[in-house]
Design a protein. Structure first.
Length: 280
């Protein structure tokens, strides 16, 4: 059953969809080691999305706009999510961040060429920080930022990389929202790090000017683990690694958060979808 929030409200979600790849070998990326997502897995993924009733879904691990469009159209999502956005990022394997929306997406911006330092080395985002504006029900303009920070697999380097990417992302958000009407904005994605980490606290800990974002899952128990396979979550210590952070003004509209447990969750992805609802 497709559960949709009331027209005066809206729901924002983030979902690492786990390698939504096509069958084409792209010579510009190292995608040859990743098989295309099966029809069964795609169908399960689509069912989770439909059942969520989300207005906007931030996605991670999508290869390109072609496979995203094909996935949507072949799995009954075209009517629910007519608006898509994916701009190619920097990932060598070819995975990108994206947006699916019930409402028109405006003013798309890629920040993939932003440079910052990791130690003494100049670096760009491993993937991208995708930016766009969407007018939500109640004529509420919201500015979206979508990210996918480096994983913990490579050890100490990616710890420094996540913090550096977080600091660069914070600077982007501060700059890009300084004059945004209504001051409602959101950062969503797979941070590959927990709320108590330096990467996440880069956003939630007030700076000297008092700027900070709000973690909508701040009151959720530490036992929530977003990887769908418990053994993996326990082994790597990944709890609450997917994040929805919002501006104080948008937090005033906050009503509830949710982890979308679903019968098809493990077939769909190695992450659960998480969402947050807001009153218009």
């Amino acid at each position: 059953m497709n559960t949709v929030v009331a027209p005066s409200s809206f729901r924002l979600a983030t979902y690492n969809v786990c390698n939504l790849f096509d069958e084409v070998d792209d010579p510009k990326t190292k995608d040859e080691g990743t098989p295309p997502k099966s029809a069964e897995s795609q169908a399960a993924l689509a069912q989770v999305m439909l059942d969520s009733g989300a207005d906007v879904i931030a996605l991670q691990e999508v290869e390109n706009i072609q496979i995203l469009t094909q996935f949507r159209d072949r799995n009954g999502l075209a009517e629910a999510y007519p608006h898509l956005l994916l701009l190619e990022g920097n990932d060598r394997r070819g995975i990108d961040v994206a947006l699916m929306s019930r409402h028109p997406i405006q003013n798309p911006v890629s920040h993939k060429d932003t440079e910052f330092k990791v130690g003494k080395r100049k670096q760009r985002f491993l993937r991208d920080v995708l930016q766009a504006d969407i007018e939500m029900p109640g004529k509420i303009p919201v500015r979206f930022f979508v990210t996918h920070f480096p994983s913990k697999v490579a050890g100490a380097w990616t710890e420094a990389g996540r913090v550096a990417e977080a600091q660069a992302t914070r600077r982007i958000i501060q700059k890009e929202t300084a004059h945004f009407p209504g001051q409602r904005y959101v950062l969503m994605g797979d941070f590959n790090d927990t709320p108590d980490s330096e990467a996440v606290k880069t956003f939630t800990r007030p700076d000297k000017q008092g700027w900070a974002m709000c973690d909508v899952f701040a009151d959720a128990p530490a036992t929530i683990s977003y990887p769908t396979i418990p053994a993996i979550a326990e082994k790597i210590g990944y709890n609450k690694i997917d994040q929805i952070l919002v501006s104080p003004e948008l937090m005033k509209n906050f009503s509830e958060h949710k982890v979308h447990h679903h019968a098809a969750e493990q077939l769909a992805s190695d992450h659960w979808m998480i969402s947050s609802s807001f009153q218009g």
